[in-house]
Each structure stands twice: as structure tokens, then as C-alpha cells.
Design a protein around this ligand. Structure first.
Ligand SMILES: Cc1cc2nc3c(=O)[nH]c(=O)nc-3n(C[C@H](O)[C@H](O)[C@H](O)COP(=O)(O)OP(=O)(O)OC[C@H]3O[C@@H](n4cnc5c(N)ncnc54)[C@H](O)[C@@H]3O)c2cc1C
Length: 451
């Protein structure tokens, strides 16, 4: 795709590798500070594959500062509630009033098609004069002498480019991460299927059009919400793959999808046949790491901290990364002599000092959250009892993530205290159902809303 804006003359201040949501939002954030930014994307066109994205107040706050929130609201949906239900009996476990959440945090919790959010940043980058180049596969990174020399990238065709700073926003399977850290991705053995369908295709399925609904079940979960002003409906089906557990190479295939959701409630059951079956996403993350800065090469977004998606914060963390870096650039420039170069060493140190710990918290909580969602037997009932007992107006579970993005470590809010499963009081009739269902999975729940 030809960039609408002519390429910036001369050497850029920053090269960003990867034009996903992380790369583009960071390019825009830094271009707003008057820097010359060049984005190198390996795909032939800028774009996003997938369906919906939840964006919480810690993201919409930043979109508002960028002047992009109104556009996002026009293209997306601001749901009324976030509701968690048990996927077997469909019983409600917790209901979060998103209007109340907006009052507390000052900005909405909303959902948007990921290609719409990506397009918002692409348009903003073009207007801001970012040099956007496609068909550029970066195969190597290197620092040039001491940090003042900047860094160099090598492209697949052998060409090289240099800049005072190179940001690797090249996703889960980042080339930079492989070279600089060398750790492996961690497979969760779970796989996601997605679908965005016209709302009329699901109106009779018992859906809640105005809510984000998450059905949590044994080794599976199912997410639903409306998109594009309510004209489309997004569904995500996630399950543990028996083939992955058996060590097979080709896992998460469509034949496993139906079996994984057998025994789930009617609404989930009606949603499964609508899932796209020609593509699926094996769920991987990486262990948190402490060092994202290597000289003048910085990791950002999924390249630095790819999460399991259970906290719905992956794209948001990437957007926050770019915002934090740009705020530190602005702060350091404000204190420097007019016309002086950015003190990248200081800006990068400040970025790393605050973002590493925040993202570590999200990554580890996402793993624990996934385990909690997928419990079975007595533990499932313990979880349900705890969730039903949570007071949604007890903001300890949301303040640490939806509050203002910290710029300095001492602004990072305290974490919530996890509630031990063993503290749950299960009602006697539920415990009896649990015993029966353990002997005959699905059978004991076949009455009522289960199928
Ligand atoms: C099922 C699912 C649901 C999710 N739901 C949410 C949600 O509700 N909310 C949320 O915030 N997050 C969510 N996420 C996470 C989110 O999608 C990611 O964290 C986010 O997209 C990461 O953005 P990124 O720009 O860092 O990486 P990517 O989106 O992976 O972008 C990387 C870019 O770099 C390019 N690239 C890669 N290698 C090279 C190279 N060598 N040279 C040049 N370019 C290269 C790629 O082509 C790509 O364009 C979800 C993820 C999944 C799988």
C-alpha cells in the first residue's frame, strides 16, 4: 500500500518494526511529540485479522487524550454490563455495571472491531506524517557501538536502516525478542475460535445484545458481545485441546471444537456452529521478563509481554506502552534546552521502570484467571460461590488495571488480594450435583438449561 503522506526526509528519529496496534499507536504517540517516525511492516498491507476487541477505561482514557475516542465510539459499542455466567447451567455469577465503571474511572469500557481500531491509528499516523512502509521484513537488529550511535535493522533483502532508536513491536514471535532474549513462547494448550456475524443471525439464540457476556466452563469458555453499533455480533470460543495435551503437532483443529462444548448451555450451544472454522488461534504467551531495553533497541507490545487473553489487556498494554514512552519523551524535552535531541537513555529507562512490573502483573493474573475460568467439579462450584459473593462495587479487582496508567513505579496501584477457593461455601444441593456430574460428565446437568 502506498503511504498517503510522503516519506519523511532523511534519517528518522525512530524506526518501529511492526504495524500492528502496538506499532501504529506508538508511532502516532511519538509523532505527536514532533519526532520523525518510520514504521516497517512485513505484510503487503496494513491491517488486522480477527474480530472484536474489548478496550477498558485504561485505554479509552488514552484514546481520549489522542482525540480518537469519539471516532472509536462511533465505530464500536459501549455495552451496559459485563456478565459472567457458568457455561453449563448458565447461572449468573457476577454482573459489572459498565456505566458505574465509567463513572468511577471517567472513561468507558467499550468493544470495537480490531480492524476498526487499527484503522483509526493508521489514519491518525497518516495525518501525523508517519512514514508507513509495507513489505519490509526485518530479520536482524544490532546496536551501533555505544548507545549514542543508535541501532540498525537488516531487512530480508539485505538492506539496512538506522535510527537513534529502534522499537520492536513485532508481536508474539518477535525476531528482536528471539535475538535479544532467546526465550520460547509458552503454549497454554488452549485454542480460540472467533466469529463476527450479522446480529440477525443470533437474535433468537438467547443472547444479551447490550452486554459483554462470558460463559466459563470446564476447560472452555465462550465470549459474546455486539460490534459495529450493534449490527454485528462477536463470539469467541476457547477450549483446551486434547491433541495439544497428547503432544500432537496439529492441534486445536475444528473437529475438537464441537466436542469441547458438548454439555454447555443452550445459548453457548447455539453459538458454536457459527464460529469460523477455517482459522483458529493457538493461545500462547511468554514468561514475564525484566529487561525490555537493549541499548537502543526497545521491545514493546506483544514482543515484550504477550499475555494469554483472559484479562483482555494485550492490545491495551501495547497502547499504554507507546503512551508512557511518549509522555517521558515530552517530560524530558520540557526540561532540556530548546532544540536538543531526545535523551533516549533516560526515556527508555523510565519506560522500562514502570511498564515491566505492570505488565508482569497482567501476564501472571491472566494465567491465573484462565485457570479459574476453566475449573471443573467441586472447584467449579467453589469458584461460582466466590464469584456470586463478590460485591461489584468493591473496586479492588478493577482499580489496579482500569485506573490511570502509571508513569512512575510509585503511581502503580496496589494489587487485589486473591480469594482462596477453599474459603468458598458451596450449597449442599450444588455439591450433590457436582458428585453426580463427576461420575457422568454432562448428564447431571442435562435438565434445566444445560444440553
Ligand atoms: C482471541 C484473542 C482475543 C484478544 N482479545 C483482546 C481484547 O479484548 N483486548 C485486548 O486489549 N487485547 C486482546 N487480545 C490481545 C491483542 O490482540 C494483542 O495483545 C495485540 O494485538 C498485540 O499487538 P502488537 O502490535 O504488539 O502485536 P501484533 O498485533 O502481533 O503486531 C505485530 C506486527 O508486526 C508485524 N511483524 C512481525 N514480524 C515482523 C518482521 N520481522 N518485520 C516486520 N514486521 C513484522 C506483523 O505483521 C504485525 O503487523 C486478544 C488476543 C487474542 C488472541
Amino acid at each position: 500500500m502506498t503511504p498517503a503522506t510522503p516519506p519523511t526526509e532523511g534519517r528518522p528519529d525512530v524506526i518501529i518494526v511492526g504495524g500492528g496496534i502496538g506499532g501504529l499507536s506508538t508511532a502516532f504517540a511519538l509523532a505527536r511529540e514532533g519526532l520523525r517516525i518510520r514504521v516497517l511492516e512485513r505484510a503487503p498491507e496494513f491491517g488486522e485479522v480477527g474480530a472484536g476487541l474489548q478496550i477498558a477505561p485504561n485505554c479509552t482514557r488514552i484514546l481520549d487524550e489522542y482525540g480518537l475516542l469519539d471516532e472509536a465510539k462511533e465505530l464500536g459499542v459501549v455495552p451496559e454490563n459485563m456478565v459472567m455466567r457458568d457455561a453449563l447451567d448458565s447461572r449468573e455469577l457476577i454482573r459489572l455495571d459498565l456505566g458505574d465503571l465509567e463513572r468511577r474511572y471517567g472513561f468507558p469500557y467499550m468493544v470495537i472491531h480490531r480492524s476498526d481500531l487499527h484503522a483509526i491509528f493508521l489514519r491518525a499516523c497518516r495525518k501525523a506524517g508517519v512514514d508507513l512502509v509495507t513489505d519490509q521484513t526485518v530479520v536482524d537488529y544490532e546496536n551501533l557501538g555505544n548507545t549514542a550511535g543508535g541501532a540498525r535493522i537488516t531487512l530480508a533483502d539485505g538492506r539496512t536502516e538506522e535510527a537513534p532508536l529502534v522499537i520492536a513491536a513485532d508481536g508474539l514471535r518477535s525476531v528482536a525478542r528471539q535475538k535479544l532474549v532467546g526465550d520460547d513462547v509458552v503454549s497454554s494448550d488452549y485454542v480460540a475460535y472467533r466469529a463476527a456475524v450479522p446480529i440477525d443471525a443470533v437474535r433468537d439464540n438467547g443472547i444479551a445484545e447490550k452486554d459483554v457476556t462470558v460463559y466459563v466452563g470446564p476447560r472452555c469458555h465462550f465470549v459474546q458481545y455486539a460490534l459495529r453499533g450493534g449490527d454485528m455480533f462477536n463470539q469467541v470460543a476457547v477450549f483446551q485441546s486434547p491433541k495439544a495435551l497428547a503432544g500432537q503437532e496439529d492441534w486445536g483443529t475444528p473437529d475438537e471444537l464441537d466436542a469441547a462444548f458438548e454439555g454447555t448451555c443452550e445459548t453457548v450451544g447455539k453459538g458454536i456452529p457459527l464460529m469460523w472454522r477455517d482459522r483458529w488461534w493457538q493461545m500462547m504467551d511468554r514468561d514475564p521478563i525484566d529487561t525490555w531495553i537493549h541499548g537502543r533497541i526497545a521491545l514493546l507490545g506483544d514482543a515484550a509481554h504477550p499475555p494469554l487473553q483472559y484479562m483482555a489487556q494485550g492490545a491495551i498494554m501495547a497502547i499504554e506502552d507507546g503512551w508512557v514512552l511518549s509522555r517521558h519523551v515530552a517530560r524530558l524535552r520540557a526540561g532540556a534546552a530548546a532544540g536538543s535531541a531526545v535523551d533516549w537513555d533516560a526515556a527508555l529507562a523510565a519506560y522500562e521502570a514502570v511498564r515491566v512490573e505492570h505488565c508482569r502483573r497482567i501476564l501472571t493474573t491472566a494465567r491465573a484467571w484462565g485457570e479459574l475460568w476453566h475449573l471443573d467439579g467441586t472447584e467449579r462450584l467453589q469458584r461460582n460461590a466466590i464469584m456470586r459473593g463478590i460485591d461489584p462495587a468493591e473496586y479492588a479487582f478493577t482499580d489496579w488495571v482500569y485506573g490511570p496508567t502509571a508513569l512512575f513505579p510509585d503511581e502503580e496501584p496496589p494489587m487485589f488480594r486473591p480469594v482462596p477457593l477453599a474459603s468458598a461455601r458451596i450449597e449442599e444441593d450444588e455439591a450433590a450435583v457436582s458428585d453426580a456430574s463427576a461420575a457422568h460428565p454432562g448428564a447431571a446437568l442435562a435438565g434445566g438449561t444445560a444440553r
